[in-house]
Design a protein around this ligand. Structure first.
Ligand SMILES: Nc1nc2c(c(=O)[nH]1)N[C@H]1C(S)=C(S)[C@@H](COP(=O)(O)O)O[C@H]1N2
Ligand SMILES: [Mo]
Length: 201
């Protein structure tokens, strides 16, 4: 497994690499299907379900406080990349604009291209989660989810929706694309929550 695509982590790094993961060389691209090309002029972000429906444009997002984030990135296909440097907007700042129904317990993330992934409200509303529009100082390339993606550092990266364009607020959990295809509902890398069991957990 080691060699062309993976490197062995050093001692200090190895403590930051979850079980069953290797360090990737470079920054692999992992996409199911075609890469949507969306300009910032066309870009729109919608919220619906158990929230007051609203639509946001690019400049609405750019008006929120911008921060630099450094986060480790763990793909369930067993590569990790440490210290990815992003620029983005905190999920909690964006959520300050949303009027939520108190019954909300889950969210479906929606994307240009049709990808979906589910997340609980607790996993979503963390201080360290963000919408990213730059990586390593450059505008986020479309293959990495540009113009805007979500990053949820504490879960496997399939929860970090690229080309995100909407949040559907739910009372009960529904499954997204990979979760319907056997991936774990939550996907916590330190617990190796990779695949669901026969009971769907
Ligand atoms: N819209 C969308 N988001 C997505 C995916 C996808 O196929 N479509 N793949 C996920 C997976 S499995 C991973 S590992 C990361 C990969 O992000 P990267 O291509 O920037 O490395 O994006 C996640 N977000
Ligand atoms: Mo992944």
């Amino acid at each position: 497994m080691l060699g062309k695509f993976f490197q062995k982590p050093g001692k200090e790094e190895s403590e930051r690499v979850p079980p069953g993961q290797h360090l990737a060389k470079g920054f692999p691209v992992l996409t199911y299907g075609a890469t949507p090309e969306v300009s910032i002029e066309q870009w729109e972000f919608r919220v619906w379900g158990l929230a007051k429906p609203a639509t946001f444009c690019w400049s609405d997002f750019m008006g929120l406080p911008q921060h630099e984030f450094t986060a480790d990135f763990h793909c369930v296909t067993r590569w990790s990349k440490l210290d990815v440097k992003w620029t983005g907007i905190k999920v909690t700042d964006f959520m300050g604009l949303i009027e939520l129904d108190p019954k909300v317990a889950y969210i479906m993330e929606h994307c240009y291209g049709g990808y979906t992934t589910n997340i609980s409200i607790e996993d979503f509303m963390r201080e360290e989660n963000f919408f990213a529009f730059k990586v390593f100082g450059e505008d986020l390339p479309s293959e990495h989810g540009g113009p805007m993606r979500l990053v949820v550092p504490h879960l496997y990266a399939w929860k970090s929706a690229k080309w995100i364009n909407g949040l559907e607020f739910l009372a009960a959990e529904e499954l997204g694309f990979w979760e319907r295809n056997g991936y774990h509902r939550r996907g916590e890398p330190w617990a190796e929550e990779r695949y669901s069991n026969a009971f769907g957990f």
